[in-house]
Design a protein around this ligand. Structure first.
Ligand SMILES: [Zn+2]
Length: 296
């Protein structure tokens, strides 16, 4: 069966939420990293989201990233979405859309509520016109994301009533990211996830939820969040860690090696192993056809 490979993430996230599995969203770093993410998903017949931070886009440029991901997506038969992670700059969002991203995130969570809502709605109009999916956030997810730092204990949970008001004029939002107590980076203490709030939001709002700060959560925490409606699960920190450690491990094992390609391969294998583990943990292995709408 052939599954259209390059997709926008909204429809597949809706299907994932309805069937209660999570689609992994990995933050790619370079070509090798994107390959480990997409080929890992293909190995397990899983839908996948390749997301990119603004920093990474500024490093490589818009066109190379869009070209790599779209080209790799053509060679696999699983749905692949290319997503822009946390971005507060409308110009960067515009450029991603023009370069071929299939979804983008507008992060106005540092703005006062009314301003975040108004700006998110403006971006929503832009993405709807372009046929691109949008992710929007409220509350404050803890930790470091690009140059933004929110102390874990001062992270602010999304307010339920504000959640309802926030999404009201954005019915076709691809995914909604209310802060529910998770944080970016490695957790220093036990994350306190507000499951009750998450369940309340899911019951009232028919939009898939994004779980940010997936690195370091336990299988039980993933299971509970996914069962409560999180359909997009973000993994960035662990992927970065594998990128660096996978490369270094080859040097440690073979100190005299002078060929560069085995280093790239070692790095690829380390990243891909984590991709496989996470896809299995989120229950999306074997779900490619389901996510693409090719089976009930
Ligand atoms: Zn995030």
């Amino acid at each position: 069966m052939e599954i259209m490979a390059f997709v926008t993430m909204g429809p597949m996230l809706k299907r994932a939420q309805a069937a209660r599995y999570g689609i992994a969203a990995f933050n790619m770093i370079d070509y090798n990293s994107a390959r480990s993410i997409i080929e890992g998903a293909a190995d397990l017949q899983a839908p996948i989201i390749v997301q990119v931070s603004v920093k990474t886009i500024k490093h490589w440029g818009y066109k190379p990233i869009a070209t790599w991901v779209r080209m790799m997506a053509e060679d696999v038969d699983v749905p692949v979405a290319l997503h822009l992670d946390h971005c507060s700059d409308a110009d960067v969002i515009r450029r991603c859309i023009d370069a071929g991203w299939s979804s983008v995130m507008f992060d106005g969570s540092s703005l006062p509520f009314a301003e975040n809502k108004a700006r998110s709605e403006e971006i929503y109009a832009m993405t709807e016109a372009a046929g691109v999916g949008l992710e929007a956030e409220i509350g404050a997810i803890g930790g470091v994301e690009d140059d933004k730092f929110v102390a874990e204990d001062s992270a602010i949970l999304a307010d339920y009533d504000e959640c309802l008001a926030f999404v009201k004029n954005m019915p076709n939002l691809a995914v909604f990211a209310p802060a529910i107590g998770t944080a970016h980076g490695f957790y220093k203490g036990q994350p306190k996830i507000a499951y009750g709030l998450l369940e309340k939001i899911t019951a009232a709002i028919p939009i898939p939820i994004a779980l940010h700060g997936g690195t370091g959560l336990s299988q039980e925490q993933f299971d509970r969040c996914i069962a409560a409606g999180c359909a997009k699960v973000n993994i960035s920190t662990m992927h970065k860690h594998r990128f660096i450690e996978g490369f270094i491990a080859v040097r440690t094992e073979k100190p005299k090696l002078e060929e560069p390609l085995p280093f790239i391969t070692g790095q690829y294998e380390a990243m891909k192993k984590d991709v496989l583990d996470m896809i299995r943990a989120f229950g999306s292995a074997g779900k490619a056809a389901h996510a693409a709408g090719r089976e009930g």
